[in-house]
Design a protein around this ligand. Structure first.
Ligand SMILES: Cc1ncc(C[n+]2csc(CCOP(=O)(O)OP(=O)(O)O)c2C)c(N)n1
Ligand SMILES: [Mg+2]
Length: 329
């Protein structure tokens, strides 16, 4: 991925930039806290952190309009926070409590929000891709002008169902943005070991779907690409592919010691391309904010995350009767 010094001088307001800083920081601090709670034994099952990838979802959310939909994989906490779902409700779901968004019965990979048009949270690699096309099909049928953002990983991009979906989405001109979050790894397998080509964005060509590469460590570049993709879809021209080059700092999940790469590799990305540091620098060098302003935001975010963590510990576990609710929609 490109280092942050390659960014062009941005044409963006202080307010907008500050919002991106705040939103990305919320995801980062939330995920760090989730990692701590996992270490304390308060979170059971799988827990896949999004640290390092924050600019992808924050940039794309900035390109959405009310009513647009989103669907993603198990690495989903960032997507939920970015579309405005309650941090306390997400954290309490991780700890399996009744105050969680799925009443403590779903956990990290299984949360949904009708209100925020968030359709999960899917543990089967690639399964959300045809589901995302289905959501877009419904919107096309209703003619409501909505677009669905369907996120999946570089590993998922090698799945057969992705190409069956590309075919149908192109055939029916579905309003869907396929977002490949290329974080360079699928569990312990580096992209170069699993994927025949260096880039994936052009894999829609055979179906007539345009695509492009985006620097996923630059929230402004992501937003600009998202706007282009979404206007293509809204104009009725069918699907669009964004391959967003990003990087995950942590292991695949909390149980992965990440021995397949060096500490130096991770450190280099953190030092040269961190997406939050990038916006921090833009704010400071553009004189949009002072160190004190940013400290105040850091404090505010820490407070939100601490409150979410407290709630996730205090909320009771679901009662046995809960086993019989929410079985059928
Ligand atoms: C159908 C299926 N095959 C295998 C797995 C095991 N698995 C879970 S995540 C994963 C890697 C996916 O990598 P990628 O799509 O790049 O997403 P990332 O984890 O990097 O976000 C695999 C193989 C699974 N959950 N589902
Ligand atoms: Mg990956």
């Amino acid at each position: 991925m490109a280092a942050r010094k390659t960014t062009k001088k941005p044409n963006v307001s202080a307010e907008e930039l500050t919002d991106y800083y705040r939103e990305m920081l919320l995801i980062r601090r939330f995920e760090e806290k989730a990692g701590q709670l996992y270490g304390m034994g308060l979170i059971g099952g799988f827990c896949h952190l999004y640290i390092g990838q924050e600019a992808v979802v924050v940039g794309l959310e900035a390109a959405t309009e009310e009513g647009d939909k989103r669907i993603t994989s198990y690495r989903d906490h960032g997507h939920m926070l970015a579309c405005g779902m309650d941090p306390g409700g997400v954290m309490a779901e991780l700890t399996g409590r009744i105050g969680g968004l799925s009443k403590g019965k779903g956990g990290s990979m299984h949360m949904f929000s009708k209100e925020k048009h968030f359709y999960g949270g899917h543990g089967i690699v690639g399964a959300q891709v045809p589901l995302g096309a289905g959501l877009a099909f419904a919107d096309k049928y209703k003619g409501n002008g909505r677009v669905t953002f369907t996120y999946f990983g570089d590993g998922a991009a090698n799945q057969g169902q992705v190409y069956e979906t590309f075919n149908m989405a192109a055939l029916w001109d579905l309003p869907v943005v396929f977002v490949i979050e290329n974080n360079q790894y699928a569990m312990g397998t580096a992209q170069a070991r699993s994927t025949s080509t260096k880039d994936i964005y052009h894999r829609g060509e055979a179906f007539g779907i345009p695509g492009e590469i985006v620097n996923g460590m630059d929230v402004l570049a992501v937003k600009a690409a998202g706007e282009k993709a979404v206007s293509h879809c809204r104009a009725g021209k069918g699907p669009y592919i964004l391959e967003i080059k990003t990087y995950r700092y942590r292991g695949h999940s909390m149980s992965d010691p990440a021995k397949y790469r060096t500490r130096e590799e991770v450190q280099k990305v953190r030092e040269q391309s961190d997406p939050i540091e990038h916006v921090r620098e833009l704010l400071l060098t553009g004189k949009h904010a002072t160190e004190d302003d940013l400290k105040a935001i850091d404090k505010e975010i820490k407070e939100i995350v601490n409150q979410a963590a407290e709630f996730s510990k205090e909320s009771p576990e679901p009662s046995v009767e809960e086993l019989w609710t929410d079985i059928y929609a």
